[in-house]
Design a protein around this ligand. Structure first.
Ligand SMILES: NC(=O)c1ccc[n+]([C@@H]2O[C@H](COP(=O)([O-])OP(=O)(O)OC[C@H]3O[C@@H](n4cnc5c(N)ncnc54)[C@H](O)[C@@H]3O)[C@@H](O)[C@H]2O)c1
Ligand SMILES: [Zn+2]
Length: 246
């Protein structure tokens, strides 16, 4: 496939999903048949699952935090960061990933649609989310210090968006503002996402409505493949360096 036709007026909006981190060794969950690291996602990625058993959920996310120690960004993350260095404010990256690998590769204009594994927040009070790289000991659910000071016991939760929850405030608005300002100069590239999780799956339609052009890079045809102008099937780490070449 030809490189994206990026000119000095182009604005590039990128949407990434779990597939962009697959070559870094982080499993996607749909590839594993609805299981995410051997767990039913409803048990570890819904509010009900957390309410039923916070320790099980913390065990899962603590394992994920520990596993990040051996993980590094791959050629796809690096190609996106290099392109952002060229485009500056004409670049925006919205990611469904919670692994922080885009930032580790040097990306700065990142909208985390689903939060970040390395942050926690209180499940009860409205204190802002905070960085938390700790893998909690088995059998210990971390408590909120602020609530405790007020005489209440409240469990911390990972600062990630679970199924059925709202996206972080302002996240989609930032993407929409970027797209509207770009208008017909908008190029949209989706990478490594199964096209099933809304609202990200519908971004391609929103871009088409304002006259932008759309590309998809994915290992297999995703649910919404027919809605893209250009589709490249293959591994993100192999394809992006060529597609995004100067
Ligand atoms: N790395 C992470 O942070 C991570 C990992 C697993 C799941 N999740 C969460 O689960 C949800 C899953 O939705 P999703 O659409 O992002 O992921 P998904 O697991 O539903 O789909 C991943 C897609 O990537 C494709 N893929 C696999 N390897 C690839 C590669 N090397 N190059 C290109 N494409 C490849 C697959 O064919 C699949 O269509 C997200 O909301 C995310 O928050 C995050
Ligand atoms: Zn609290």
């Amino acid at each position: 496939m030809q490189p994206l036709p990026i000119t000095d007026r182009s604005h590039l909006l990128v949407l990434t999903g779990a597939g962009v981190s697959a070559e870094s060794g982080i499993p996607t969950f749909r590839d594993a048949g609805g299981l995410w690291e051997g767990k039913d996602v409803r048990e570890v990625a819904t509010w009900d699952g957390f309410a039923a058993d916070p320790l099980r959920v913390w065990r899962f996310y603590s394992e994920r935090r520990r596993a990040m120690a051996d993980v590094a960004p791959n050629a796809a993350h690096r190609a996106l960061a290099a392109l952002e260095a060229r485009l500056g404010d004409r670049f925006l990256l919205a990611t469904q990933n919670i692994d922080g690998l885009h930032q580790a590769a040097g990306s700065q204009r990142v909208v985390e649609l689903h939060g970040n594994l390395m942050r926690s927040r209180c499940s009860a009070c409205d204190r802002p989310p905070f960085e938390d790289r700790q893998a909690y000991r088995d059998g210990v659910a971390p408590l909120c210090g602020r609530c405790r000071a007020a005489g209440k016991d409240a469990v911390l939760r990972p600062d990630v968006v679970w199924f059925g929850e709202l996206l972080p405030p302002g996240a989609l608005a930032r993407v929409e503002t970027f797209g509207r300002a770009a208008g017909r100069e908008l190029l949209f590239l989706a990478v490594g996402t199964s096209g099933l999780v809304e609202p990200a799956a519908s971004l391609v339609d929103a871009v088409a409505r304002i006259g932008g052009r759309t590309w998809l890079v994915n290992a297999e045809p995703p649910a919404n493949a027919a809605r893209f102008d250009h589709v490249a099937l293959g591994a993100a780490g192999a394809l992006l360096p060529t597609l995004l070449a100067a």
